[in-house]
Design a protein around this ligand. Structure first.
Ligand code: 4NP
Length: 188
């Protein structure tokens, strides 16, 4: 069998995918139950903040759900409408969090106790468990220890989600930027 010497389009694709991932210094995965309300909202907010800070090449953001209720769905219509009013376009398709996510991401950030418990169950080892964080720990604007599930509630629930996530993502980004700054100082 002859060895292939001329690279094809797929080879370039894989090299590009590898390199673009290799330069990411932080990979953040937001996690909720359905991956159609809170976590895709967090993903969109964080992505915009990261982009505004000129850090899209260094901080990667994604979201996932602990359930498979809405696999492949766009975010909930009410969340999308509220997001649009606040200047965010939600285009994520729901997916389920998996154990590989613990090697693909540096932080897995759950929205409530149930998400955190499910993530702990999924974590392949104690080191992976250390990557689990609680979104509410990044914000205290409403004095809550979780980001409440808005799915069965009214418009106020969606507003609360955006308020908590905007504040929390802002604080999270500040921490990441400080950490990248320190890394840069140490490296040089
Ligand atoms: P999320 O909200 O976890 O913020 O995406 C929910 C979405 C769907 C369901 C529950 C919560 N559900 O039961 O279908």
């Amino acid at each position: 069998m002859g060895r292939k010497v001329v690279p094809c389009l797929w080879d370039f694709f894989y090299i590009f995918a590898f390199l673009s991932g290799a330069f990411m210094e932080y990979r953040i995965l937001f996690v909720c139950l359905g991956n159609i309300c809170r976590s895709p909202m967090a993903e969109a907010i964080m992505r915009k903040m990261v982009s505004d800070a000129g850090m899209s090449g260094r901080i990667a953001v994604d979201s996932a759900g602990t359930s498979s209720y809405h696999l492949g769905d766009l975010p909930d219509m009410r969340m999308r409408q509220f997001a649009r009013q606040c200047g965010y376009e939600l285009t994520h398709r729901a997916r389920r969090v998996c154990s590989d996510d613990f090697s693909d991401f540096d932080m897995l950030i759950g929205m409530d106790d149930r998400n955190i418990a499910d993530l702990k169950e999924l974590a392949p080892d104690p080191d992976a468990e250390k990557k689990i964080f609680r979104m509410a720990d990044f914000t205290d604007i409403h004095g809550l220890d979780h980001v409440p599930d808005p799915y069965y509630g009214g418009a106020d629930g969606f507003r609360l989600v955006v308020e908590m996530l905007e504040d929390g993502c802002g604080n999270l980004l500040k921490m990441l930027l400080e950490s990248l700054d320190k890394k840069g100082t140490c490296d040089s």
